[in-house]
Every structure is written in structure tokens, then in C-alpha cells.
Ligand binder design. Sequence first.
Ligand SMILES: Nc1ncnc2c1ncn2[C@@H]1O[C@H](COP(=O)(O)OP(=O)(O)OP(=O)(O)O)[C@@H](O)[C@H]1O
Ligand SMILES: [Mg+2]
Length: 499
Amino acid sequence: MDSNNLIVFNVSKRFFGVQALDKVSFDLKKGEIMGLVGENGAGKSSIIKILAGAYKKDEGEIYLDGDNFSPRDPYDSLAKGIAVIHQERQLIPDLPISMNLFLDRLPEKKFLGLIPVICGATLMKKSIELLESLGIDLNPKTPVSRLNAAEKQIIDIAKAVSSEAKIVIMDEPTASLEPKEVQMLFTFIRKLKNSGTSVVFVSHRIEEVIEISDRIIVLRDGRVITVVGKEETNAEEIIKYIVGHEVKSLFPKETAQIGQEALCVNNLRFKKVNDAISFNVKAGEILALTGLLGSGAGHTLECLSGKIQFHDGEVTMNGEKIEIKIPADVIEKGIGYVPDDRKNEGIIAEMSVEHNILLPNLSKVTRFGFISRGKVQALVEPLIKALNIKTPSPQTPVKNLSGGNQQKVVIAKWLASDVTILLLNQPTHGVDVGAKAEVHKLLGGLVKAGGSVIFASSDLPEVVSASDRVIVFYKANIAADLDACECDQEKVLKCSFGL
Ligand SMILES: Nc1ncnc2c1ncn2[C@@H]1O[C@H](COP(=O)(O)OP(=O)(O)OP(=O)(O)O)[C@@H](O)[C@H]1O
Ligand SMILES: [Mg+2]
């Protein structure tokens, strides 16, 4: 590490009613890995989008390799050597992996020596080379729509690094990855570092940030709170910088009275080869489902939510068989579902925070067919406060919120409804440490009132600390059903590898 290749000096950015960045300054050295952390809405994505040429800064200066850097647009920024993997994926679902990888520079050939067409053979060759060099075992011909969240993430990363950038910026690249893939990504990031590329790494998983970064920069309310070398700090201290005060318990887990069986899954089969899956959840219980990518944990939840069809098995609720064909079937029974893909399934981005929260709760705020303003406020405002949803007002469109705050809106809308069973797929994906604790506190409230929670998560600390029971999946089967008191992260990880 020698010269600075990036200097950010006093950069500010205001959105209508929000000071997203307030005189942000830092530098990045050649071959340095810089962790960037902060609460939801702290300004991480905003500074990245300025570097990417997607937003214009209001004031301040940026230098790249000593030259004034003010990109006209994302293409300009990429051409000058900054590649960004954005928090919201930028892939085109109907196109194959290969075309997504090289979308902005597809290899061409001349048809009849005249008309430029895409050269399929070169595209295939380049794609195979790139995927192999990254150790990614996927067929370039597969349409992106057939990939799961983690695979899409990996393709997005491959796409960015293939451009041979000087600086690669990753906005929450590991949010939907399992431990094994995180390590694969880290190996890859270290390779980039050794070849002199600098990396900015944004994540809410503090342990990961400390593991991979050389230095860590903490933002709060758009301001730089500190920049520390990783040797000089630890997770506890970083969390304190992030939230501004000490956090006693990341997963406040109160014990609720465990009652009768609430939901029972019998001999569920959703893949040709899996054993029948059977388990139950009781009133007052929080059940965590976990496992490696494609292990079946998330899939099982999706079956229960009516999002995907299972071809065999039976689900009973309070002893009675329920038909699950489409999502409406389960909603009607008082089962809520928080999906892992919030952008496409969880929210309506153009609609306000308030209206998104109201969607499953309209009956609660209407009176003689009219919406009562007072009831709306009484429902929405406490939730915005409890989850610390950063929004200028309840009427702000959800698309203007930071990624983590959008996720909080999805959770809020189901917490507000009278569901007795709540299913959550990667619930705190992209949610900051403080809000994570708050989400689990609210889930605790739900089970204390006699409800049940089943969540699927790949966040091991969350899995073992925020649940009463953990079911570990391995290759679409249940590998272990553990009491949360008797399991730790290592045990869960071992089971998820089938050991
Ligand atoms: N396009 C926009 N219009 C209006 N406000 C915006 C816009 N983009 C960001 N903001 C606001 O700027 C602030 C900073 O948001 P930013 O997305 O940078 O946060 P973040 O640190 O990336 O958070 P997260 O961890 O949730 O992704 C937030 O209050 C957000 O609501
Ligand atoms: Mg963000």
C-alpha cells in the first residue's frame, strides 16, 4: 500500500428534507480494503452512488489518482476505473448469465462482413473464463431468473470485477450469502487487493467487516464518526460507534410461555429427491430454519407461504388441515410472510411508507368504509418509531428510503397486522445492528402474545441467539432439530455441512 488513489474531501449531499452526507472526508490507498459501516440511512449508499456517478454531490471534492474526479454518469465512472456493485441488483432476469456479465461491452462480429451482431462464441468463451477464474460453478447459458438470491449476487460481483477496475465498491455484497460463499468472496477480494485494486466493502455484519478490511470508516447521520485500523478496534467498539451508544444485547430474547402446537408440517416434499420434511412450531415459539444455500430452509418457508407449490405433504394449523395453493390462502388463515426479495415482492416502491404498512391492515383503519386518519396514525407512527424507520415523513415513497429502511417497512406491515403465525425469509437482511435488535424484540412481543414465528436466516448469530429452536437443513432434508440452549454457531455450521 502506498499512494492514495482516492481522496474524498468535505463531500455533502442533501435530498429534499434529508442531509444524507455532511462534509464526508476519507482517503483510500492503492490495494487497501476499506470497510464502510453505519446504521440504515447513515449515508453509505449515497457516498457510493456519488462515486459511481449516479448522484451528483452538492459540495466537496473528489480526487482519483491525483485528478479531479467528477463523473458525468455511471459509464464515465466505470471508464475511469470505479466499478460498483449496488445494493439493489442490476441484472436483467430474462437474459442468460453470459449476457448479463458483459452487457455493457458485448463482443461483436460482422454478419456478412457488414452488420454487427453479438459474437456468441466469444461471449461464451469469455464468460466461461471469467466464471472459472472466480471459482463459480454456473452455466453461462442459464437465465438469471433461474438463479437464487446468492447466485445472483455472485454474478453481479463477477460482472463488476470483470471490468478490471482500480476501485471496486461493494454495497452489502454478503447480505444474501452463506458463510461458505462469504469466504469464497473474501478469497476473491484478497486477490483483488494483491493485484493492487482497492476495495470498499459495505456490510452490516460487523465481524465480516473486521475480518476483511484494513481500515474501517463509520458513518452516522451522514457524518464520518471515525476511521480506524482493524488492528486497533473490535466488534463491540465498532457497534458503539455505529449506534452512538453501548448495545447491551444484540438479540434481546425474552422467554415466552410455550403452548400447544400451532402449525404442523407433515411429509412435505418439494424436490424430487428430498425426504419428507416434518416439523412443527408451537404457540409462543420462535423457530429458526437455516442451512447452506439451496439447502431447503428458505424453500420450505416459501412453500408454507404459498409462493411456491409443493407436490406432497400436508400442513395443519391448530390441528386442522389447511390448503396452501396461493399466498392469499395463508394470509386468510392469519399467516404473514416477509419475503427475502423485498424489491419485487415485499414493497410497492412508488407507494408511501404509510400505504405500504397499511396494505394488509386496511380493515383496522377503516370505519364504515372510510379510512380514519387518526387510526392510520395510531397504527403507523409507533411502528416507524419502534423500528427507527428513517423517513422524512410517513407519506414519503418507499423508494426514497435507504435499503435497510425499506426492509423495515416490509417487517412493519406484518407486525402491525393480527397474524398469529409470522414467516420471515432472511428478515434482517440489510438491517443494521440496532434495528435488528428491535425487530427481534417485536418478534418476541408477537410470541409473548401467543403467536408463533418461523424465520429462515443464514446469519448464524441471529439463528442461535434469537430463536427457541433451530432446524438445520442439508440437501433439502432436515439434518438436525436443535434446542437453541444446546446449540452454538459451530454446531449449526457443522450440521449444515452434513457433518
Ligand atoms: N433518492 C433519494 N431521495 C430521497 N432521499 C434519499 C434518496 N437516496 C437516499 N436518500 C436518503 O438519504 C439518507 C441516506 O441514505 P443511504 O441510502 O445513503 O443510507 P445507507 O447508509 O446506505 O443505509 P442502508 O444501510 O439502509 O442501506 C436516507 O435518509 C435516505 O432516506
Ligand atoms: Mg445502503
